[in-house]
Design a protein around this ligand. Sequence first.
Ligand SMILES: [Zn+2]
Ligand SMILES: [Zn+2]
Length: 150
Amino acid sequence: MDKRACPCGSGAAYADCCGPYHRGGPAPTPEALMRSRYSAFALNLTDYLLASWHASTRPASLAADDQTRWVRLEIMASEAAGAQGRVHFRATFREGRRWAVLEEASRFLREEGRWYYQDGNTSMNRLKPGRNDPCPCGSGRKFKACCGVA
Ligand SMILES: [Zn+2]
Ligand SMILES: [Zn+2]
């Protein structure tokens, strides 16, 4: 796993990207934390998702999700000011043949040197990629020649 490309799509190896945060190292920015949480969703690291969630909004538990495959993360904007941060992102996923994009404007809080996810405004859009459309996974290939291969 460590030498493989990080699920967050940064282009770096997992060991040089989100891996150290999953092992307990503090993420230096809200964007880095957001990336590591996306990777944790992709890898089903529910303990990490809970640990990086601010105590004021953290759910009591999270069920592992084997149905959802997270295929692409796009960070649209991110900022940090003092102990507060914001990240606007789009995350593309599929469940079998169903595709969707989750878009969220997230808020983050820093406490004692660590960033935590606080909450976000989320919207969900179904995707219906056509055979000749660009693949929603971001590969640059046509859907029919990429994830749309039957
Ligand atoms: Zn990463
Ligand atoms: Zn694809």
